[in-house]
Design a protein around this ligand. Structure first.
Ligand code: C2E
Ligand code: CA
Ligand code: CA
Ligand code: CA
Length: 275
């Protein structure tokens, strides 16, 4: 028994050590990757669900790591926030996205995800506006997605930054709506232009189940507040048909397509006459 315990101890220590080493490799990889421009935008279609008309794209970050291959943002975004490189990473991604999207049909919008950490930077809105000018990208085509966790600290500062962006025509969406605590009070705290219903309510949606009642309630809330809705995570036709019965909205999800790299988006737009 003693021997077994000893082995297990070594195994445990070994795992900890490996985990630590992996974590260090990730941190270094991310730092270096930001400098080398390894973080690239992919784009997910956003569609008017009634007509199927393409309205724009959500930019989703991908890390093309020479060592690890294509890495998901759920892995690298939290680390980038912790080690203080999220601002530089986001700036590089937005520069690429604005440059890509400048060539697209001007009716098409670009949504970008902004981390709560970025909203603690007092120069946040100035940086975005400067980037828009530098890339010659119209602020009216930019939509910034923020989650409820952005709204917990220094709401006054966040509000004034958001207001200066909105004054230039940038739109602000409340992302992942329904998942955080005290969601409803967040709707009052900032002048949002749009509510995005979290995909956990949408993916499994069926007529008359609990999710469909929640989604209907969010839609009426949006109507009452004059905030249009985007439903995310539409994976199949049945969900789409159910949503169509609930009102006007934008939708996105694997039914319309997986997020694609810029050159694939170009091909798609070119065959649709939107380039
Ligand atoms: P999100 O903003 O909620 O983005 C939607 C996520 O759902 C994306 O995952 C997308 O690929 C995935 N998705 C889209 N349609 C479907 C569907 O029909 N079914 C399912 N199961 N999933 C679907 P992704 O690209 O892995 O991004 C994960 C999260 O990472 C994003 O969640 C967002 O919070 C964050 N993120 C991505 N890019 C950035 C970025 O540039 N900056 C920041 N701060 N966060 C980012
Ligand atoms: Ca989002
Ligand atoms: Ca979301
Ligand atoms: Ca999410």
């Amino acid at each position: 028994a003693k021997k077994q315990g000893k082995n297990r101890f070594y195994w445990f220590e070994d795992t900890m050590e490996n985990e630590l080493r992996f974590r260090n490799q990730l941190e270094t990889g991310i730092r270096v990757g930001v400098e080398r421009g390894e973080f690239v935008p992919h784009y997910e279609q956003q569609v008017d669900i009634a007509t199927g008309k393409l309205m724009g794209f959500e930019m989703l970050a991908r890390w093309q790591s020479p060592k690890l291959g294509l890495v998901s943002p759920d892995i690298f975004i939290p680390i980038a926030e912790e080690i203080g490189v999220i601002g530089d990473m986001s700036e590089s991604l937005m520069r690429q996205a604005f440059t890509d999207a400048r060539d697209w049909d001007p009716s098409l919008t670009v949504s970008v995800n902004i981390s709560p950490v970025q909203l603690r930077d007092p120069w946040f809105s100035q940086k975005i506006l400067k980037l828009l000018v530098e890339c010659n990208f119209p602020p009216q085509r930019l939509d910034i997605e923020i989650t409820e966790s952005c709204l917990h600290d220094n709401i006054g500062v966040v509000r004034s930054m958001i207001t200066s962006l909105k004054n230039q025509g940038v739109k602000i969406s409340l992302d992942d709506f329904g998942t955080g605590y005290s969601s409803l009070s967040q709707l009052r705290s900032l002048p949002f232009d749009r509510i995005k219903i979290d995909r956990s309510f949408v993916s499994e949606l069926k007529d008359e189940d609990a999710s469909s009642k929640i989604v209907s309630a969010i839609i009426s809330l949006g109507n009452g507040l004059e905030m249009p809705i985007t439903a995310e995570g539409i994976e199949d036709d049945r969900v789409l048909e159910t949503l169509k019965g609930m009102g006007q909205m934008k939708g996105q999800g694997y039914l319309y397509g997986r997020p694609e790299a810029a050159d694939q988006v170009r091909k798609r737009l070119s065959s649709a006459g939107l380039l």
